[in-house]
Every structure is written in structure tokens, then in C-alpha cells.
Write a protein that binds this ligand. Structure first.
Ligand code: SF4
Length: 180
């Protein structure tokens, strides 16, 4: 199948070192565009760093990238009262929902056939929760959400190796101030 014949997929991405395997896998079936909407990342210097690493990854893999707005105030408002939640708790669900909602909206408004997220590649992320939220949001916006659990079949391990090959730096916390 030639590149231009593949359906367009908007892939929400967060951390560059976690994403190469997901990009490679999805690129077999889709023309993938990365979508960086991650206002959960704190502080802003870390956000800028992760964005630059993501741009490096996209350049290395021949992928287009869209940088959405960095609006951490809205993120803090949404997770208020959930500061002490453990990882994989309610705060993470709110965080997934906020980011996937924005990705679905962008995908719908810009003619993408489907949207997805690379989040489930992380062993710390609950793929069932991500897929349930993605499905609900996709239905609400009339855009197909591609359900997946990218950590399966050694997805995380392969991503780590590919990230290393691309010279990408791995972070030691998920992103928000509460996970740091
Ligand atoms: S731990 Fe990660 S997924 Fe959970 S709220 Fe913080 S940044 Fe979001």
C-alpha cells in the first residue's frame, strides 16, 4: 500500500522514548501524525524538553508532529482534589480523558480517519482504562478510537531499545508534579 493510500491516524504522544515502537507498528497500516498535547507535564522546562525530544524522534522517523497548546492551569483545575491519588488511580483517568478529548476534537476537525494514543505502551498505564475512555470520547466526537495495549508483545522493551538507538533520554517520572 502506498503512503498516500493509507488512512490518516492522529497519534497522541507523550514521551519520545516510549513512542518509536508504537509509531513503527501503526505506520504499517496508517499514515501517522504525532499529536503532542500534554499539559500534565511539569514543570514547563520539562515540558519543553520532552517536546524537543519528541520532535527529534519524529524527525528521525520521518513523522509529522502537531504541538497543541500547553495549558497546565486547566489540567490543575481538573485534577483538583486528586493530588494524593496513586498512579493508575482517578487522577490518571482524568488526565487521560483531558488529553484524549483534545486529540479526538483535533482529529475530527481535521479529517483524520481515527485517533490513538501511545500511552498504553508504558507498564505503568492501565490499557483497559485508556481504551474505555478513548472509546467513549471517540463515540462522542464521531471519530474512531484505535484500541490497543502496546506494551504487549514486548512493546515497551522494544521501544526502550529503539529510543536508545535514536539517542532519546528516558524520564524518571510520568509527567505531573504529583508523580515526580
Ligand atoms: S501520573 Fe501520569 S497519567 Fe497520572 S495524572 Fe500524573 S501525568 Fe497524568
Amino acid at each position: 500500500m502506498r503512503k498516500e493510500e493509507k488512512p490518516n491516524l492522529l497519534l497522541h504522544v507523550c514521551c519520545a522514548p516510549c513512542s518509536p515502537y508504537v509509531v513503527e507498528l501503526l505506520s504499517k497500516e496508517f499514515h501517522v501524525t504525532a499529536y503532542f498535547y500534554d499539559p500534565n507535564i511539569h514543570p514547563e522546562e520539562e515540558y519543553r524538553f520532552r517536546l524537543e525530544e519528541m520532535k527529534k524522534m519524529c524527525a528521525g522517523m520521518g513523522l509529522g508532529i502537531i504541538e497543541a497548546e500547553y495549558d497546565p492551569d486547566r489540567w490543575f483545575q481538573l485534577v483538583e482534589g486528586h493530588e494524593k491519588d496513586p498512579e493508575k488511580g482517578e487522577r490518571c483517568g482524568i488526565c487521560f480523558r483531558m488529553r484524549l478529548e483534545q486529540a479526538a476534537k483535533f482529529a475530527g476537525e481535521n479529517g483524520f480517519s481515527a485517533f490513538a494514543t501511545a500511552l498504553s505502551v508504558s507498564p505503568h498505564k492501565d490499557a483497559k482504562a485508556i481504551n474505555r475512555i478513548g472509546r467513549e470520547i471517540g463515540n462522542a466526537h464521531g471519530v474512531v478510537f484505535l484500541e490497543a495495549d502496546f506494551k504487549k508483545k514486548n512493546g515497551f522493551k522494544i521501544s526502550v531499545e529503539k529510543g536508545r538507538e535514536l539517542g532519546l533520554k528516558r524520564q524518571d517520572y510520568c509527567g505531573c508534579v504529583f508523580s515526580a
